[in-house]
Design a protein. Sequence first.
Length: 585
Amino acid sequence: MLSFAVLEQNVPAYVGTGSTGWPLRHAHLFGPDDVPIQADIRCVDGIIRCEKRSTESAGISLQYPVDPPELGGVPGAMPQSGAGGVITLQTCLLPEREQPYLLSLELARHRLMLILNKLEDWALFDLPADDNRMRLFERARRAFTEALVAHATDAKQNGHDSPYSAHTDQLARAALSLAIEASEAITLHQARAQFSKRMTGELAAAAAKIGTPANALTDHEAAESRNALIGSVGVILPSTPQIGAVVSPECFNSPLCKATSLGCDFMTIPMRWVDMEPTEGKYLFAKTDKWIEWAVRTAKVPLVGGPIVDFRRGCVPEWLYIWEHDYETLRELVYEHVKNIVTRYRRTIGTWTVCSGLHVNSNFTFSLEQVMDLTRLMVMVVRKLQPSAKIQVQIDQPWGEYYAYSPRAVPPMMYAEMIGQAGINPDLFSLRVEMGQPEPGRSTRDLMAFSALLDRFAALDKPLTLGAVCVPAAPAPGTDPEIGSQMEPGYWRTPWSPEAQVAWMTSIMGIAVSKPYVHSVSWDELHEPPARPGTNGTETHHHALVDRAGVPRPAFWRLVEIRQAIRSKVSPLSLAADPQPGSIV
């Protein structure tokens, strides 16, 4: 059995008053290549016990409170130094043993290992020892060593019955907070340097020098249409990254049109099946038509359409559930729906997100063969109807924790790799990165974890888009930043607020656009849609950039500044902490 010791008395605020034990939030085990595995995880008397079906090494990923780091005046830390957070972290792969591991110590160990791996991947080992970021890393490593020494002393003095003391756990937690701070500082440093190389064309020039074998068969027209070069990691896009937003068709007015013009290089028009065809055979195009007509005739901005098919609850019409267990009929309905949507808009939409989250299998349940068949079908239909269009497949919950609970699901990387092996060949992969939502797969991650995720998907050798990124500007209704349900999403550095949303947006977009394989980033969503019937107006999308009253949140003005900075070939990470508000009237 794999087990971990947690000392609840060191984090009483996270455990909560009156709690019966350590709250296991977003907890799951994973094996090699970070692929989640099924296990029974429970916490009893300060010990997290993980019962899995195999004896192979595994690690645990779960939400954990990170203390504010004791920086001691060390420069090079994040602008919001002194802020911790409640984020999802993981350990290294660990063998089973009778004695439990100390969770805080193993989380710190993994973070230090991740830093060393990324220093190598990002070619940053030449940073001088007196560099502020390396000094911070060395402090974290020394703190980890002190925790290891204290653990050895505890084991010698107390024996195996009580091998961990509160002092050892405090040292390990200090090492973890320093390691998180160092990892984020290194991540932002790498993003600034890589953005500069991308904007100057240095990365594209280096990729071009890799060369093509003399006996290789090349299709120059195809290469030009892809507009990408193969680099050492992923593709190298010579084009400037684009910034956009998801614009709900539910609202259309002049201020929202002005907001879209100010903040977006392109627009993403969602086409939820439930909105487009609420009654079988009867389509409602009017609201979508209005936005598309404005974008094409007035704003003259490119459009991304879709996802055309998304089987998440709330995205499919009720009448479709009749055919949930009749795959052949459902397949025909999907075919007709994709054909109808693309046929209507193929003259105006240049990029299609054909599907989203098929691999998650969270609502409708499909076999692996059916998941791949539907993916192939949708890509094929769009290719046939609109050969000039760019096609992307969207990966939802890209960290893949859903696979630990759903044996019929497909891990995200495996799904993407199988698409390539099956010859389906979309032009791009799109990642849906939503954090801070009290839902499965929406827990909060740190900056290095996000950057490492993008690098992992870059191995697919396809351009990436971030089709929907967001965090809320306030804690979700009914949740608490410190104690809550199993799906409590946590927060990054400070509890969610308009200021925290701005800081997260700046960092995440700054990292994303520095990646030479990232084509575009789209915020989800531009404005809050009207309240749905039956919610009494209480339902709200705290992540939207414009509230229901039409008032832009500070993050909207930051989006405008990020777009302008990229156009000026300046990293978004250089922007001031507070965005400068303007007017969209």
